[in-house]
Design a protein around this ligand. Structure first.
Ligand SMILES: Cc1cc2nc3c(=O)[nH]c(=O)nc-3n(C[C@H](O)[C@H](O)[C@H](O)COP(=O)(O)O)c2cc1C
Length: 193
């Protein structure tokens, strides 16, 4: 990312942002909805063309295979294009230490060059990964800021955590946000899945 590029993340900018989220069991969408409530930004949900299995062993087996192979599933055509937006919030569950393939698919199908990306994800305190780094690898010309990791759907602290994260993102330059350490989540807890 060109370090001289700077998108001013003031309030009006966040109101004009796009929120895009994939969620398997609803937690990430709840976080997306809370971001929309705070910012007033547009929100678009991503759905894979072929729904994922309902049973956990089959789901895990499929996700592990897709992540290993970098598979990008076909999506339903409802998700919005980021073209008109300078700032894009992108959300996913943490699946096997990375973003879910439907979000990877959406990111790789759109040109996010020059845009500020604010990543957020839901997780269960298991394998942490570097989700912002994985997003930056898919969007090398975007300014990917620090990721917000939220356990489950965030509970009572969600609103405060979101506001704090957005305030931090406004202060940080793209130069800082490109270091792997600074891309680690503010609210992630480590554990094992
Ligand atoms: C296949 C699969 C893999 C997962 N891998 C991780 C993981 O590596 N680390 C983690 O903290 N949570 C992991 N989780 C837990 C989810 O991230 C967590 O349940 C999250 O809240 C789900 O968000 P959603 O309701 O938006 O789908 C995994 C869940 C599934 C189904």
């Amino acid at each position: 990312m060109n370090k001289n590029t700077s998108v001013d993340l003031d309030k009006s900018r966040l109101k004009d942002a796009l929120i895009v989220s994939y969620s398997y069991s609803g937690n990430t969408h709840q976080i997306a909805k809370a971001i929309q409530t705070i910012t007033g930004a547009d929100w678009s949900e991503i759905y894979p063309w072929q729904p994922y299995p309902v049973e956990f062993p089959e789901l895990l087996e499929q996700v592990q295979r897709e992540v290993r192979n970098g598979y990008k599933p076909r999506l339903l055509p409802n998700a919005r294009s980021p073209k008109q937006y300078a700032v894009v919030f992108v959300g996913s569950p943490n699946w096997c230490g990375t973003i879910a393939p439907p979000l990877a698919s959406w990111l790789s199908r759109h040109d996010l060059s020059g845009k500020v990306i604010l990543p957020f994800y839901s997780h269960c305190g298991g394998v942490a990964g570097d989700l912002a780094g994985d997003i930056a690898a898919l969007c090398p010309k975007a300014d990917v800021r620090e990721a917000l990791g939220v356990i489950g759907s965030g509970g009572d602290d969600l609103s405060a955590a979101l506001t704090n994260w957005m305030d931090q993102a406004k202060k940080r330059s793209s130069q800082i946000s490109q270091s792997p350490q600074s891309r680690n989540s503010l609210f992630t807890q480590r554990g094992a899945i």
